[in-house]
Design a protein around this ligand. Structure first.
Ligand SMILES: [Fe+2]
Ligand SMILES: [Fe+2]
Length: 296
């Protein structure tokens, strides 16, 4: 059985009050840069007193139930031909901002402000301009929600499909309901992959990372592409649970993914950046790397 065989209810499409609730939860799991949650059990996460907790739990239940190997292939075929829309970068940010948080409209920053805070924090630390650009674009793939995709197929920690799930993935018990549980080939340590085969040969659960990576893969240097593609792969970049699938090149590139992660998680600030002052810098940056229009 897969997700497309029956229509999803609203509750199944949008278990979270907003996409930001997933990221707020990440901050509770990884309260500090460099925290590796080794030894921290799912039981402990579950005991947090947090208003978003039940919806986060339900979100992961759906994510872990429906993200099968076949589902990922389906979504790649559906979205990676980029035939939906063509927009200028600035129109694309406006489009992305249609994703509003109806639960708490006054306190949350819009998507563009999160992107700008991420990119500004990277710029303030003097990193290369293509890393600033990766910061600016890393969540652009969340437009998938505006194309009608359920939240659990857009955000959430990503993980390899087609091989055994690590118990370092948050809420691993929910994988028991994933139909891949009854495919013996997918249930071994290496599954359809082989030792050190390299992440370019590994399918991760479908979401905004993979989508934005393909959107921009012809325009940014490789370290930036790794940041885009793997920024939600917490079970590797924080927990190192899939070392056996990485090759040496991935290991080298994951230094960049780990460098990027704190800017994503810890740059949120209630004061919105002054876009008018920043605009000339970003217009120049975007024009230097990206084409006039981006395909969705
Ligand atoms: Fe993201
Ligand atoms: Fe982000």
């Amino acid at each position: 059985m897969n997700q497309s065989s029956k229509p999803l209810s609203d509750a199944e499409t949008k278990p979270l009050p907003s996409l930001d609730v997933w990221e707020d939860d990440l901050l509770e799991r990884y309260p500090e840069p460099g925290t590796i949650a080794k030894g921290k059990t799912t039981e402990e996460y579950r005991n947090y007193e947090s208003p978003g907790r039940d919806s986060v739990r339900e979100f992961y239940r759906l994510n872990h139930t429906y993200q099968t190997y076949a589902f990922v292939q389906e979504k790649k075929a559906e979205f990676l031909s980029f035939g939906r829309k063509e927009m200028s970068v600035w129109d694309a940010f406006e489009f992305l901002n249609q994703l509003v948080d109806d639960s708490d409209p006054d306190t949350d920053l819009d998507q563009f402000q999160h992107l700008l805070q991420t990119s500004e924090a990277i710029r303030a630390d003097g990193h290369p301009d293509w890393m600033v650009l990766a910061g600016l674009f890393h969540d652009m793939g969340k437009v998938l929600c505006l194309f009608g995709e359920p939240q659990w197929a857009v955000v959430g920690d990503t993980f390899p499909v087609g091989c055994a799930w690590s118990d370092k993935i948050v809420y691993p018990e929910f994988f028991a309901a994933n139909p891949d549980v009854s495919v013996p080939r997918y249930q071994t340590r290496y599954g359809v992959y082989s030792h050190g085969c390299g992440l370019r040969n590994v399918d991760l659960s479908w979401g905004h990372d993979e989508y934005v990576y393909h959107m921009l893969k012809d325009y940014l240097p490789e370290p930036a592409l790794y940041m885009l593609r793997y920024h939600s792969f917490y079970s590797q970049h924080r927990e190192e649970a899939y070392d056996h699938l990485l090759d040496d090149h991935d290991r080298e590139m994951f230094k960049w993914v780990r460098l990027f992660n704190p800017y994503d998680l810890y740059s949120k600030n209630p004061v919105p950046p002054d876009w008018n002052a920043l605009r000339p810098y970003y217009e120049d940056l975007v024009a230097r790397y990206l084409p006039e229009k981006i395909k969705f």
